[in-house]
Design a protein around this ligand. Structure first.
Ligand SMILES: Nc1ncnc2c1ncn2[C@@H]1O[C@H](COP(=O)(O)OP(=O)(O)OP(=O)(O)O)[C@@H](O)[C@H]1O
Ligand SMILES: O=P(O)(O)OC[C@H]1O[C@H](OP(=O)(O)OP(=O)(O)O)[C@H](O)[C@@H]1O
Ligand SMILES: [Mg+2]
Length: 285
Protein backbone atom coordinates (compact mmCIF):
# COMPACT_ATOMS: atom_id res chain seq x y z
CA UNK A 1 0.00 0.00 0.00
CA UNK A 2 1.33 3.46 -0.88
CA UNK A 3 2.18 5.67 2.07
CA UNK A 4 0.36 8.97 2.49
CA UNK A 5 2.53 11.99 3.27
CA UNK A 6 1.07 14.24 5.92
CA UNK A 7 2.44 17.63 6.96
CA UNK A 8 2.52 18.51 10.65
CA UNK A 9 3.79 21.81 12.08
CA UNK A 10 7.45 21.35 13.02
CA UNK A 11 7.16 23.39 16.20
CA UNK A 12 4.60 25.76 17.56
CA UNK A 13 1.05 25.71 18.77
CA UNK A 14 -0.22 22.91 16.51
CA UNK A 15 2.66 20.47 16.90
CA UNK A 16 1.80 18.59 20.11
CA UNK A 17 -1.95 18.30 19.52
CA UNK A 18 -1.38 17.12 15.93
CA UNK A 19 0.89 14.29 17.06
CA UNK A 20 -1.46 13.44 19.93
CA UNK A 21 -4.32 13.09 17.45
CA UNK A 22 -2.30 10.70 15.28
CA UNK A 23 -1.25 8.76 18.38
CA UNK A 24 -4.85 8.52 19.62
CA UNK A 25 -5.77 7.25 16.16
CA UNK A 26 -3.39 4.36 16.85
CA UNK A 27 -0.61 5.60 14.58
CA UNK A 28 2.89 5.31 16.00
CA UNK A 29 5.52 7.64 14.62
CA UNK A 30 9.00 6.19 14.74
CA UNK A 31 11.56 8.99 14.62
CA UNK A 32 11.67 12.48 16.04
CA UNK A 33 11.07 15.82 14.37
CA UNK A 34 14.82 16.55 14.08
CA UNK A 35 14.77 14.43 10.94
CA UNK A 36 11.97 16.53 9.41
CA UNK A 37 10.47 13.32 8.07
CA UNK A 38 9.23 10.41 10.13
CA UNK A 39 7.57 7.12 9.24
CA UNK A 40 4.83 5.24 11.01
CA UNK A 41 5.61 1.67 11.97
CA UNK A 42 1.97 0.53 11.92
CA UNK A 43 0.18 2.64 9.28
CA UNK A 44 1.15 3.57 5.69
CA UNK A 45 2.01 7.14 6.57
CA UNK A 46 4.97 9.53 6.59
CA UNK A 47 5.01 12.76 8.59
CA UNK A 48 6.78 15.82 7.19
CA UNK A 49 7.55 18.47 9.81
CA UNK A 50 7.04 21.86 8.17
CA UNK A 51 6.25 25.47 8.96
CA UNK A 52 2.51 26.07 9.16
CA UNK A 53 2.77 29.02 6.78
CA UNK A 54 4.55 26.94 4.11
CA UNK A 55 2.05 24.09 4.12
CA UNK A 56 -0.55 25.49 1.64
CA UNK A 57 2.08 25.59 -1.10
CA UNK A 58 3.25 22.03 -0.35
CA UNK A 59 -0.36 20.86 -0.58
CA UNK A 60 -0.91 22.72 -3.83
CA UNK A 61 2.24 21.23 -5.34
CA UNK A 62 1.30 17.74 -4.18
CA UNK A 63 4.55 17.39 -2.22
CA UNK A 64 2.35 16.30 0.69
CA UNK A 65 -1.05 14.62 0.40
CA UNK A 66 -2.63 16.07 3.53
CA UNK A 67 -1.82 18.36 6.42
CA UNK A 68 -2.85 19.41 9.88
CA UNK A 69 -2.97 23.17 9.64
CA UNK A 70 -4.70 26.23 11.08
CA UNK A 71 -7.84 27.04 9.09
CA UNK A 72 -6.82 30.71 9.20
CA UNK A 73 -3.67 29.90 7.22
CA UNK A 74 -5.72 28.14 4.55
CA UNK A 75 -8.03 31.13 4.32
CA UNK A 76 -5.00 33.39 3.95
CA UNK A 77 -2.93 31.31 1.55
CA UNK A 78 -4.89 28.31 0.34
CA UNK A 79 -8.50 29.00 -0.51
CA UNK A 80 -8.20 26.43 -3.30
CA UNK A 81 -7.39 23.65 -0.82
CA UNK A 82 -10.06 21.32 0.53
CA UNK A 83 -10.73 21.00 4.24
CA UNK A 84 -11.65 17.40 5.05
CA UNK A 85 -12.20 17.65 8.78
CA UNK A 86 -12.30 20.18 11.59
CA UNK A 87 -10.10 18.87 14.37
CA UNK A 88 -11.37 20.75 17.43
CA UNK A 89 -8.09 22.19 18.76
CA UNK A 90 -6.12 25.46 18.38
CA UNK A 91 -9.35 27.41 18.34
CA UNK A 92 -8.85 31.12 17.80
CA UNK A 93 -10.21 34.04 15.82
CA UNK A 94 -8.63 36.53 13.45
CA UNK A 95 -9.62 40.02 14.48
CA UNK A 96 -9.02 43.70 13.95
CA UNK A 97 -7.94 45.71 16.99
CA UNK A 98 -7.25 49.37 17.69
CA UNK A 99 -5.69 51.21 20.67
CA UNK A 100 -7.95 51.16 23.74
CA UNK A 101 -8.11 54.95 23.72
CA UNK A 102 -9.09 55.22 20.05
CA UNK A 103 -12.66 56.16 19.20
CA UNK A 104 -14.15 53.35 17.14
CA UNK A 105 -17.67 53.56 15.76
CA UNK A 106 -17.43 51.11 12.87
CA UNK A 107 -15.31 49.70 10.08
CA UNK A 108 -15.44 53.00 8.18
CA UNK A 109 -13.13 54.44 10.87
CA UNK A 110 -10.37 52.22 9.42
CA UNK A 111 -10.63 53.79 5.96
CA UNK A 112 -7.26 55.24 4.99
CA UNK A 113 -5.51 53.98 8.15
CA UNK A 114 -2.35 51.88 8.46
CA UNK A 115 -3.00 48.28 9.57
CA UNK A 116 -0.20 45.93 10.66
CA UNK A 117 -0.80 42.22 10.03
CA UNK A 118 0.62 38.84 9.06
CA UNK A 119 -2.63 38.10 7.18
CA UNK A 120 -2.72 40.62 4.30
CA UNK A 121 -5.05 38.65 1.99
CA UNK A 122 -7.58 38.06 4.75
CA UNK A 123 -7.58 41.74 5.73
CA UNK A 124 -7.70 42.98 2.15
CA UNK A 125 -10.62 40.71 1.25
CA UNK A 126 -12.52 41.66 4.38
CA UNK A 127 -11.99 45.39 3.90
CA UNK A 128 -12.75 45.24 0.16
CA UNK A 129 -16.05 43.46 0.85
CA UNK A 130 -16.95 46.35 3.12
CA UNK A 131 -15.77 49.05 0.72
CA UNK A 132 -12.85 50.13 2.92
CA UNK A 133 -9.27 50.60 1.84
CA UNK A 134 -6.27 50.73 4.17
CA UNK A 135 -2.50 50.72 3.95
CA UNK A 136 -1.23 47.31 5.09
CA UNK A 137 2.09 46.78 6.86
CA UNK A 138 2.99 43.13 6.57
CA UNK A 139 4.98 41.82 9.54
CA UNK A 140 5.56 38.23 10.61
CA UNK A 141 5.25 38.42 14.38
CA UNK A 142 4.71 40.63 17.42
CA UNK A 143 2.02 42.41 15.45
CA UNK A 144 0.35 43.77 18.58
CA UNK A 145 3.31 46.05 19.26
CA UNK A 146 2.85 48.00 16.01
CA UNK A 147 0.45 50.73 17.24
CA UNK A 148 2.61 51.37 20.33
CA UNK A 149 5.70 52.05 18.25
CA UNK A 150 3.90 54.26 15.77
CA UNK A 151 4.01 51.76 12.91
CA UNK A 152 0.25 51.40 12.50
CA UNK A 153 -3.15 52.71 13.62
CA UNK A 154 -4.70 49.26 13.91
CA UNK A 155 -3.72 45.61 13.72
CA UNK A 156 -5.16 42.34 12.51
CA UNK A 157 -3.97 39.21 14.27
CA UNK A 158 -4.96 36.02 16.01
CA UNK A 159 -6.86 36.38 19.27
CA UNK A 160 -7.58 33.61 21.70
CA UNK A 161 -7.76 34.63 25.37
CA UNK A 162 -7.32 38.30 24.45
CA UNK A 163 -4.45 38.72 26.89
CA UNK A 164 -1.93 39.82 24.22
CA UNK A 165 -4.31 42.57 23.12
CA UNK A 166 -4.92 43.58 26.73
CA UNK A 167 -1.22 43.73 27.58
CA UNK A 168 -0.61 45.94 24.56
CA UNK A 169 -3.46 48.34 25.34
CA UNK A 170 -5.52 47.29 22.35
CA UNK A 171 -9.22 46.47 21.99
CA UNK A 172 -10.77 43.95 19.60
CA UNK A 173 -13.21 45.74 17.31
CA UNK A 174 -14.07 43.27 14.52
CA UNK A 175 -13.90 39.47 14.39
CA UNK A 176 -13.09 38.60 10.79
CA UNK A 177 -13.08 34.82 11.11
CA UNK A 178 -13.06 31.88 13.52
CA UNK A 179 -10.41 29.22 13.11
CA UNK A 180 -9.33 25.83 14.41
CA UNK A 181 -6.91 23.13 13.31
CA UNK A 182 -8.16 21.23 10.26
CA UNK A 183 -7.18 18.27 8.13
CA UNK A 184 -6.50 19.68 4.67
CA UNK A 185 -6.09 17.63 1.51
CA UNK A 186 -3.91 18.22 -1.55
CA UNK A 187 -5.83 18.69 -4.81
CA UNK A 188 -3.18 16.43 -6.35
CA UNK A 189 -3.66 13.39 -4.09
CA UNK A 190 -3.66 10.11 -6.08
CA UNK A 191 -6.63 7.73 -5.99
CA UNK A 192 -4.56 5.09 -4.21
CA UNK A 193 -3.40 7.50 -1.50
CA UNK A 194 -6.93 8.86 -1.18
CA UNK A 195 -7.99 5.39 -0.06
CA UNK A 196 -5.39 5.45 2.71
CA UNK A 197 -6.47 8.96 3.67
CA UNK A 198 -10.08 7.74 3.98
CA UNK A 199 -8.90 5.11 6.47
CA UNK A 200 -7.01 7.78 8.42
CA UNK A 201 -10.07 10.05 8.41
CA UNK A 202 -12.26 7.23 9.70
CA UNK A 203 -9.89 6.79 12.65
CA UNK A 204 -9.66 10.52 13.30
CA UNK A 205 -13.47 10.83 13.31
CA UNK A 206 -13.73 8.02 15.89
CA UNK A 207 -11.22 9.78 18.11
CA UNK A 208 -12.89 13.20 17.81
CA UNK A 209 -16.33 11.75 18.50
CA UNK A 210 -14.98 9.98 21.58
CA UNK A 211 -13.30 13.16 22.85
CA UNK A 212 -16.66 14.91 22.96
CA UNK A 213 -18.45 12.05 24.73
CA UNK A 214 -18.43 10.38 28.14
CA UNK A 215 -19.49 6.93 29.30
CA UNK A 216 -21.73 7.36 32.33
CA UNK A 217 -23.09 4.91 34.89
CA UNK A 218 -25.52 5.59 37.71
CA UNK A 219 -27.85 3.85 40.11
CA UNK A 220 -31.53 4.76 39.84
CA UNK A 221 -34.64 3.69 41.79
CA UNK A 222 -36.43 1.33 39.36
CA UNK A 223 -39.70 3.27 39.58
CA UNK A 224 -37.90 6.36 38.19
CA UNK A 225 -36.25 4.56 35.26
CA UNK A 226 -38.59 5.95 32.59
CA UNK A 227 -38.02 9.56 33.62
CA UNK A 228 -34.23 9.15 33.83
CA UNK A 229 -34.04 7.34 30.46
CA UNK A 230 -35.96 10.23 28.91
CA UNK A 231 -33.13 12.56 29.96
CA UNK A 232 -30.39 10.34 28.54
CA UNK A 233 -29.69 9.86 24.86
CA UNK A 234 -27.68 6.72 24.17
CA UNK A 235 -25.84 5.50 21.07
CA UNK A 236 -28.94 3.36 20.58
CA UNK A 237 -30.61 3.54 23.97
CA UNK A 238 -29.27 3.25 27.52
CA UNK A 239 -28.37 -0.15 29.00
CA UNK A 240 -30.39 -1.00 32.13
CA UNK A 241 -29.19 -3.68 34.55
CA UNK A 242 -30.82 -4.74 37.84
CA UNK A 243 -28.80 -4.13 41.02
CA UNK A 244 -28.45 -6.85 43.68
CA UNK A 245 -30.58 -4.64 45.93
CA UNK A 246 -34.26 -4.91 45.00
CA UNK A 247 -35.93 -1.80 43.56
CA UNK A 248 -32.72 -0.35 42.11
CA UNK A 249 -31.22 -0.43 38.61
CA UNK A 250 -27.96 0.62 37.04
CA UNK A 251 -28.06 2.71 33.86
CA UNK A 252 -25.11 2.86 31.46
CA UNK A 253 -24.98 5.19 28.48
CA UNK A 254 -22.86 7.45 26.28
CA UNK A 255 -23.56 11.16 26.37
CA UNK A 256 -21.88 14.34 25.19
CA UNK A 257 -20.12 16.14 28.01
CA UNK A 258 -22.19 19.23 27.29
CA UNK A 259 -25.49 17.33 27.63
CA UNK A 260 -24.25 15.65 30.81
CA UNK A 261 -23.84 19.00 32.57
CA UNK A 262 -27.23 20.14 31.28
CA UNK A 263 -29.08 17.16 32.81
CA UNK A 264 -27.05 16.47 35.95
CA UNK A 265 -29.44 18.34 38.29
CA UNK A 266 -32.50 16.62 36.87
CA UNK A 267 -30.81 13.22 37.14
CA UNK A 268 -30.19 13.84 40.82
CA UNK A 269 -33.71 15.16 41.38
CA UNK A 270 -34.98 11.87 39.94
CA UNK A 271 -33.03 9.86 42.46
CA UNK A 272 -29.89 9.02 40.45
CA UNK A 273 -26.91 8.37 42.70
CA UNK A 274 -23.39 7.00 42.48
CA UNK A 275 -22.94 8.72 39.13
CA UNK A 276 -19.66 7.73 37.46
CA UNK A 277 -18.27 9.47 34.36
CA UNK A 278 -15.51 7.82 32.32
CA UNK A 279 -13.59 8.94 29.22
CA UNK A 280 -14.03 7.05 25.96
CA UNK A 281 -11.02 6.26 23.80
CA UNK A 282 -12.66 5.52 20.43
CA UNK A 283 -16.23 5.70 19.24
CA UNK A 284 -17.05 3.80 16.04
CA UNK A 285 -20.55 4.25 14.65
N1 LIG B 1 -3.11 32.11 20.76
C1 LIG B 1 -3.58 31.12 20.03
N2 LIG B 1 -4.57 30.34 20.48
C2 LIG B 1 -5.06 29.33 19.73
N3 LIG B 1 -4.61 29.02 18.50
C3 LIG B 1 -3.62 29.76 18.01
C4 LIG B 1 -3.05 30.85 18.73
N4 LIG B 1 -2.06 31.40 17.99
C5 LIG B 1 -2.04 30.69 16.87
N5 LIG B 1 -2.96 29.72 16.84
C6 LIG B 1 -3.23 28.72 15.78
O1 LIG B 1 -2.08 27.90 15.67
C7 LIG B 1 -1.49 28.06 14.38
C8 LIG B 1 0.01 28.01 14.54
O2 LIG B 1 0.46 29.12 15.29
P1 LIG B 1 2.00 29.31 15.66
O3 LIG B 1 2.12 30.62 16.32
O4 LIG B 1 2.48 28.11 16.37
O5 LIG B 1 2.72 29.26 14.27
P2 LIG B 1 2.94 30.33 13.15
O6 LIG B 1 3.98 31.25 13.57
O7 LIG B 1 1.61 30.92 12.75
O8 LIG B 1 3.38 29.36 11.95
P3 LIG B 1 4.76 28.71 11.47
O9 LIG B 1 4.69 27.24 11.74
O10 LIG B 1 4.74 29.02 10.01
O11 LIG B 1 5.87 29.37 12.24
C9 LIG B 1 -2.03 29.38 13.85
O12 LIG B 1 -2.04 29.39 12.43
C10 LIG B 1 -3.42 29.39 14.42
O13 LIG B 1 -4.28 28.58 13.63
O1 LIG C 1 -5.27 36.14 22.72
P1 LIG C 1 -4.06 35.44 23.22
O2 LIG C 1 -4.40 34.22 24.02
O3 LIG C 1 -3.11 36.34 23.92
O4 LIG C 1 -3.31 34.82 21.93
C1 LIG C 1 -2.99 35.64 20.82
C2 LIG C 1 -1.54 35.64 20.52
O5 LIG C 1 -1.11 34.29 20.24
C3 LIG C 1 -0.39 34.29 19.00
O6 LIG C 1 0.96 34.57 19.20
P2 LIG C 1 2.02 33.46 19.64
O7 LIG C 1 2.04 33.32 21.13
O8 LIG C 1 1.77 32.21 18.87
O9 LIG C 1 3.40 34.10 19.22
P3 LIG C 1 4.01 34.34 17.78
O10 LIG C 1 3.57 35.72 17.39
O11 LIG C 1 5.47 34.23 17.99
O12 LIG C 1 3.49 33.27 16.86
C4 LIG C 1 -1.02 35.42 18.23
O13 LIG C 1 -0.16 35.88 17.20
C5 LIG C 1 -1.29 36.46 19.27
O14 LIG C 1 -0.19 37.30 19.45
MG1 LIG D 1 1.88 32.39 16.70
Amino acid sequence: MQKIRIAVQKSGRLHDDSLKLLKDAGISIDNGREQLKATSGNFPLEVFYLRNGDIPQYLRDGVVDAAIIGENVLIEKGEDIITAEKLGFSKCRVSLAVPKTAKYTGLKDLDGTRIATSYPNTVNNYLAKNGISADLHIINGSVEIAPNIGLADAICDIVSSGSTLFKNNLKEVEVMLQSEAVLAVSPKISAERKEVLTKLQFRIKSVLRARKSKYILMNVPSDRLDKVIELLPGMRSPTVLPLAEKGWSSIHTVISEERFWEVIDELKQNGAEGILVAPIEKMVL
